[in-house]
Write a protein that binds this ligand. Structure first.
Ligand code: FRU
Length: 294
């Protein structure tokens, strides 16, 4: 791209109704604030694929200099991302993937690895006795859902006595997880562990179990580990979750790379994989401080 004195970045967010996505947008805004020449406009699709397609169409029409997108679901968003990319707009895809490779860069956590670590944790915790596991999955067409499931299955492989007794979708949402868990509890007299694909799912399942006075009968595993008062690290400190895994938003990395693309004309790496940390009672308080939790 040609060097300019200011750049307009369009950021298409899948669903700002979720705390982790609020954190992502905040990190993008904070990183961009360090670069007065960057202006970021945000759009929220509210978990609606058609709205997100329209948001991106809108950014293409506005001729943004760069598009950042965290797609709600992979398949429905693939064509419009390609359309932006083919129109010469550099595209950074964040956290959830699209199909194919018509984008400039993908930045995200290693969902397969996180799922695997969660599975290994569960396999170890249940030990030789084994036990019954409930899986509360994320939105069906979002890539982290499949990857967190596949990784988990791999992680529990070493322990043949781990049994998945229910696996249901709650679209990443706490309220939906409560409803889903309500019926799972009724159908299953013995549950040892709940694996939520994100912290809100695990917390929702916990609330449901507590309502049924069964929360002490089982352990809860989550993913995200936001360092906020209602985030996963605090939930581990307060004993509702046994473990959660840091899933970085990539907001800062997206802006760093946008600068490289727009201002330095650099050819950036196609894929950037962000790390994770396992958060348990042992390190939760330290990590909360380290990540600047208040
Ligand atoms: C928020 C969220 C996070 C999760 C990520 C997966 O929408 O569900 O909780 O880690 O998306 O893409």
């Amino acid at each position: 791209p040609k060097k300019k004195s200011s750049y307009l970045i369009g950021m298409s967010q899948a669903n700002l109704g979720e705390p982790w996505r609020v954190a992502m947008n905040d990190q993008i805004a904070a990183a961009a604030a360090q670069h007065p020449e960057l202006k970021v406009v945000f759009a929220d699709a509210a978990q609606d694929n058609s709205k997100q397609i329209a948001d991106v169409e809108n950014f293409i029409q506005q001729k943004v200099d760069l598009l950042i997108i965290s797609p709600n679901e992979a398949k429905p968003l693939t064509a419009v991302v390609k359309k932006a990319y083919d129109a010469g707009i550099p595209v950074i895809v964040l956290d959830r993937k699209v199909e194919g490779d018509a984008f400039t860069q993908y930045i995200g956590g290693d969902n397969k690895l996180i799922g695997k670590k969660a599975g290994e944790y569960v396999a170890k915790l249940l030990g030789d006795k084994g036990g019954n596991v409930v899986e509360i999955k994320g939105l069906e067409g979002a890539t982290p859902q499949q990857e967190r499931h596949d990784g988990f299955m791999e992680g529990i492989k070493g322990n043949p006595n781990v049994k998945i007794v229910a696996s249901q979708n709650a679209d990443w949402l706490k309220d939906k997880a409560i409803t889903v868990m309500d019926s799972i509890l009724q159908a299953n007299k013995k549950i040892d562990i709940v694996y939520g694909h994100n912290d809100p799912s695990a917390e929702g399942a916990y609330i449901s179990a507590k309502n049924a006075k069964r929360e002490n009968e089982m352990k809860f595993v989550g993913i995200d580990a936001l360092p906020t008062p209602d985030g996963g690290i605090k939930a581990v400190m307060e004993g509702r979750l046994s473990v959660t895994y840091v899933y970085p938003t990539g907001g800062k990395e997206a802006i760093d790379n946008a600068v490289k693309i727009l201002e330095n004309g650099e050819k950036v790496e196609k894929n950037i994989t962000l790390g994770t940390i396992e958060i348990t009672k042992e390190n939760a308080a330290d990590m909360y401080k380290q990540f600047g939790g208040k």
